[in-house]
Ligand binder design. Structure first.
Ligand code: HEM
Length: 511
């Protein structure tokens, strides 16, 4: 059966009569019998059913995602509630009330596939929309900013969040050594969020999603805007304290998976309201920092949220491996009128994800039921062959653009964007900026003084969460942590020092 045009449930190769076979369809007459010489003698190589069974078992795993290995997913829909056709011409937004089926996968970042749900970590919030114009992926996190703005730091950064190459343990020295290195302190705003209550969400249902990056959306007339997307939980924000998160990680490591699955199973469908912030090119030129700087937010008072629609998750996957583990989300999967901006981290992501999918799942990953663009269908006679091709491979269709064959290229009908970004300059090795400047601390300080101060006990918990974690680092790195948070706010730095000292004293008393 062709993968083109089918929905996400592939049952084509399963027998209805439930006769059990080996993987090539030959009936098994006994599940556990092995062919051997006599009752107690050695096995025979001719026992293909045994070989099939053992050999396939050895190949059950695909490599886990490098970051974001651990996650949960559910299907649902996006529904347009407000007209934004002046901003975006994508078909999914063209009619109020229109629904587009989607799949969302939530994840943690640094842990392995079997790690606990409630660890302190950003959460991934990736949504695949099966639109009539092809698949669109919004590969977002639950924080509106990110740790880095130089994409070449990504592998280094992720390594520091994973295991020490010698001890094979998570390592507070690696973690804080990277984040407190002067030029990496551009991460301080994100680190503030990570160590706030939002660093340990109570469930995937009670957290938001954010594009983080600036994107570039255009309408059908060719006018374009810079856009940031916010997906705000209708369940409200609920978080765990460090003590609750640590306890639950031990008692029920699958806490968030269970919460998501059971709430959908009970018909309590989680939903989110989707908003956009928009900015013109002229506004961007006057902005105090680059709109391509992923470590900064756009102030809501200057760039208010505009409602677009809602995201509802109402269907659990029938099979986790087929529909969540094999799901392949990529910022490069986009639709007409939604483009990436020149943000260098986003530009790098346009390469990284599809490359990861070719390695993790295989070059024909897009043919798998969960990934195939079944709502739009696929036609490209030049994209052919490759391992595990399962979609019929276009039969006798020429495998080049043959002269006498009628092809349609509808994208060419789109209007030219009248006012384009114009780029010029030499090809140079550009490293965004060396040490973090004061401007990189402004939003972190605002978060501490203007936002956390309004939440009962949040400033104290901030110092507590940082201090408990940093106390595991060396004294020299602890001092760098204290200095970095003192630059955010002196009171915060002082309180982090107190927590570190108290924790160190407690540990020493145990010796
Ligand atoms: C240079 C920067 C980055 C690189 C190179 C990168 C690379 C990757 C790679 C290779 C994966 C695994 C993909 C897979 O195996 O399927 C991944 C997963 C993911 N990344 Fe990134 N990433 C970057 C930055 C970001 C940022 C800034 C965000 C959020 C705004 C983000 C959100 C995610 C999410 C949500 C996933 C999990 C997707 C899923 O559920 O399958 N990443 N990233």
């Amino acid at each position: 059966m062709s993968a083109k045009g089918k929905d996400n449930t592939n049952t084509a190769d399963v027998r209805d009569d439930r006769v059990v076979t080996n993987s090539l369809g030959n009936p098994l007459n006994e599940p556990y019998a092995t062919q051997r010489i006599g009752q107690h003698g050695p096995l025979l190589l001719q026992d293909y059913n045994l070989l099939d069974n053992l050999a396939h078992f050895n190949r059950e795993r695909v490599p886990e995602r490098n970051p974001h290995a651990h996650g949960s997913g559910a299907f649902g829909y996006f529904e347009v509630t407000d007209d934004i056709t002046d901003i975006c011409g994508s078909a999914m937004f063209d009619t109020i009330g229109k629904r587009t089926r989607c799949l969302t996968r939530f994840s943690t970042v640094g842990g392995e596939k079997g790690s606990a749900d409630t660890v302190r970590d950003p959460r991934g919030f990736a949504t695949k929309f099966y639109t009539e114009e092809g698949n669109l992926d919004w590969v977002y996190n639950n924080t509106p900013i990110f740790f880095i703005r130089d994409p070449s730091k990504f592998p280094t950064f992720i390594h520091t969040q994973k295991r020490n190459p010698q001890t094979n343990m998570k390592d507070a020295n690696m973690f804080w050594d990277f984040l407190t290195t002067p030029e990496n302190q551009v991460a301080v705003h994100q680190v503030m969020i990570l160590f706030s209550d939002r660093g340990t969400p109570a469930s995937y249902r009670t957290m938001n999603g954010y594009s983080g990056h600036t994107y570039k959306w255009s309408n059908k007339k060719g006018d374009w805007h810079y856009v940031q997307v916010h997906i705000l939980s209708d369940q409200g924000i609920k978080n765990l304290t460090i003590e609750e998160a640590t306890r639950i990680a031990g008692e029920n490591p699958d806490y968030c998976q269970q919460d998501l699955f059971t709430s959908i199973e009970k018909g309590k469908f989680p939903s989110w309201t989707v908003y956009i912030q928009t900015m013109t090119e002229e506004q961007a030129q006057k902005f105090p920092f680059s709109v391509f700087d992923l470590t900064k937010i756009w102030p809501h008072k200057d760039y208010p949220l505009r409602r677009v629609g809602k995201l509802v998750l109402n269907e659990n996957p029938k099979n986790f491996f087929a529909q969540v583990e094999q799901a392949a989300f990529a910022p490069s999967n986009t639709v007409p009128y939604q483009e990436a901006s020149a943000d260098p981290v986003l530009q790098s992501r346009l390469f990284a994800y599809a490359d990861a999918h070719r390695y993790r799942i295989g070059p024909n990953y897009a043919q798998l039921p969960v990934n195939c663009p079944y709502a739009s269908k696929f036609f490209n006679p030049v994209i052919r062959d490759g391992p595990m091709n399962i979609d019929g491979n276009f039969g006798s269709e020429p495998n080049y653009y043959a002269t006498n064959t009628n092809y349609q290229f509808i994208q060419q009908d789109r209007p030219i964007q009248e006012h384009q970004e114009v780029w010029h300059g030499p090809a140079i090795p550009y490293h965004w900026k060396t040490d973090a400047g004061d401007i990189d601390f402004v939003q972190a300080t605002d978060l501490y003084r203007k936002v956390l101060s309004k939440q009962e006990g949040a400033q104290e918990r901030q110092a507590h969460n940082i201090g408990i974690h940093a106390a595991a680092a060396s004294p020299e790195i602890q001092e760098r942590v204290i200095q970095m948070f003192t630059r955010v706010d002196k009171e915060l730095g002082d309180n982090v020092r107190k927590v570190i000292n108290a924790k160190n004293a407690e540990e020493n008393a145990k010796l």
